[in-house]
Design a protein. Structure first.
Length: 178
């Protein structure tokens, strides 16, 4: 039994030595065959070499239309009202139509029963071409694609018509809630 244990220890030791030797051999060959990586020159030396640099200014930022086009032009549509009557899910989906950017400051979303929401000037809401925004009834933090009315009760009812009025008082879209 003792002889068997000694043989087992001898084989384990031999296995460790062979594995270590193989690993060291592979690492040596790997290091020998790989080309050396030179460090990048310090910034002070890079500044000495003359280089011509072409600089193009950034494109101008798109501007939003403060004054909407005439009343006949399709600017925006009310795509749908989801979850009418349920504060947790109630949301109005608005979609930008036409060209250019549209500043929503001063626009109103109105219902038949006196409920009204005016889009604030801060933060500015700009709808870009083919852009969309979700107007939630519940409380929340406004983002570029979500606006919150911060109400504690639902604003819209099934069967009523809501209207979107621009800053000049012109109705731009309407939608009958199913």
């Amino acid at each position: 039994m003792k002889r068997r244990r000694n043989n087992l220890l001898l084989y384990l030791l031999l296995n460790v030595l062979v594995s270590a030797g193989t690993t060291l051999g592979v690492l040596y060959v790997w290091d020998y065959l790989r080309p050396p990586v030179l460090p990048a020159p310090p910034p002070a030396l890079a500044a000495v070499t003359p280089q011509t640099e072409t600089h193009t200014p950034p494109p101008p930022a798109p501007t939003a239309t403060a004054t909407p086009p005439p009343a006949g032009d399709a600017l925006i549509e009310i795509r749908s009202v989801i979850g009418a009557g349920d504060l947790a899910y109630e949301v109005v989906l608005l979609k930008r139509l036409g060209e250019g950017n549209l500043l929503m400051t001063g626009w109103r979303l109105e219902g038949e029963h006196g409920q009204s929401f005016v889009f604030p000037s801060q933060p500015e809401l700009v709808l870009f071409k083919d852009g969309a925004v979700q107007v939630f009834t519940r409380e929340g933090d406004d983002t570029a694609t979500e606006v919150y009315l911060d109400r504690t009760e639902p604003a819209w009812r099934s069967g009523e018509t809501i209207r979107l009025i621009d800053s000049q008082g012109i109705e731009r879209a309407s939608y009958q809630i199913p």
